[in-house]
Design a protein around this ligand. Structure first.
Ligand code: SAM
Ligand code: DTB
Ligand code: SF4
Length: 315
């Protein structure tokens, strides 16, 4: 039976204690609640992106001062992955400020980066924009664990945020990734001025993917100066918790990643997110272009009696 948006709304709007209790229960049934997956991001190509995503510091449409550089070398990526592994990360994620990869030497180099990360015993994830089937198949062949491609927001609100690619294009990329046998990492951003109904619509779209994504990143907007969303109203933390708890209930076996926006979030709010079902974070002191808590994470997890996941898992 297909999931209705109304049913998602009913979960999302449960009385708060009921929502959190249900999410924590589902979490314990399917995961070790003491463990958090640690993923490390590497921006392998920065800035000058032709797309107009209104949240993004790397879009060439806005003047944000974000760093600009061309594709990194395989050696640079290998060194960064080794360092991340020493820091406790089990997954290494490569991001490129591209509309999508071209079939040229750059794409071959990314395939080599994937092989290198896998040879270090880490999971490899990449986020390169729109993909066709052939590209997805080649990434699978190189041993890619996961492909990140976010739906970002509800289908209705989407056009307010991005005009250079459609919501349906994203679904097509996710389908190609699925068909290639790569696990799907897909989530969205909250705090872009969307309504609660849009957040419910995003969760509905994600949970309706068949099967749902193995990883679901929930990003809190990092409002960057120079982007059109620079002055976006900060989102109520209770809404973030409702999103995480609803994602956990709707997608019980998926990893729910507390993604961008942890810098400046209190330790208490992050702890509450883990109770609500989040079980993955980005480690390190930088996301793609913006700051991340870095070494503070070790202290936070220790204070909570929690730990980074050691084993290399599949989701
Ligand atoms: N260019 C590729 C693409 O857009 O598919 C991959 C990189 S892109 C930076 C990956 C994701 O990062 C976006 O889909 C968006 O969800 C997230 N993101 C980008 N800027 C953000 C910001 N300022 N705050 C929160 N999340 C952000
Ligand atoms: C995802 O959902 N969030 C990450 C990752 N996937 C690629 C990116 C967050 C970017 C935040 C803004 C920046 O640092 O540029
Ligand atoms: Fe480019 Fe990705 Fe940023 Fe959009 S989110 S502007 S596609 S780097």
């Amino acid at each position: 039976m297909s999931l209705t948006r109304q049913a998602v709304g009913e979960v999302y709007r449960l009385p708060f204690p009921e929502l959190i209790y249900r999410a924590a229960t589902v979490h314990r049934e399917h995961h070790n609640p003491l463990q958090v997956q640690m993923c490390q991001l590497e921006n392998i190509k920065s800035g000058r992106c032709p797309e107009d995503c209104k949240y993004c510091p790397q879009s060439a449409h806005y003047d944000t001062g974000a760093e600009e550089y061309g594709l990194e070398t395989v050696e640079e990526v290998a060194a960064a992955a080794r360092e991340a592994r020493e820091g406790g990360a089990s997954r290494f994620c490569l991001g490129a400020a591209w509309r999508g990869p071209r079939q040229d030497g750059d794409f071959d180099r990314v395939l080599e980066m994937v092989r290198t990360i896998r040879s270090l015993g880490m999971e490899a994830c990449v986020t390169l924009g729109l993909l066709d089937q052939e590209q997805a198949d080649r990434l699978a062949e190189a041993g890619l664990t996961a492909y990140n491609h976010n739906l970002d927001t509800s289908p209705e609100f989407y056009g307010n945020i991005i005009t250079t690619r459609q919501f349906e294009d994203r679904l097509r990329t996710i389908e190609a990734v699925r068909r290639a046998g790569i696990t799907v990492c897909s989530g969205g951003i909250i705090g872009m001025g969307e309504s609660q109904e849009d957040r419910i619509g995003l969760l509905h779209a994600l949970a309706s993917l068949d099967p749902p994504p193995e990883s679901v990143p929930i990003n809190l907007l990092v409002a960057v100066k120079g982007t059109p969303l620079e002055h976006a109203e900060p989102v109520d933390p209770l809404e973030l918790l409702r999103c995480i708890a609803t994602a956990r209930i709707l997608m019980p076996v998926s990893r729910v990643r507390l993604s961008a926006g942890r810098q400046g979030m209190s330790r208490e709010l992050q702890a509450f997110c883990f109770l609500a079902g989040a079980n993955s974070i980005f480690t390190g002191d930088k996301l793609l272009t913006t700051p991340n808590p870095g070494s503070g994470d070790r202290e936070l997890l220790a204070a909570l009696g929690m730990e980074g996941e050691e084993k290399v898992a599949t989701g």
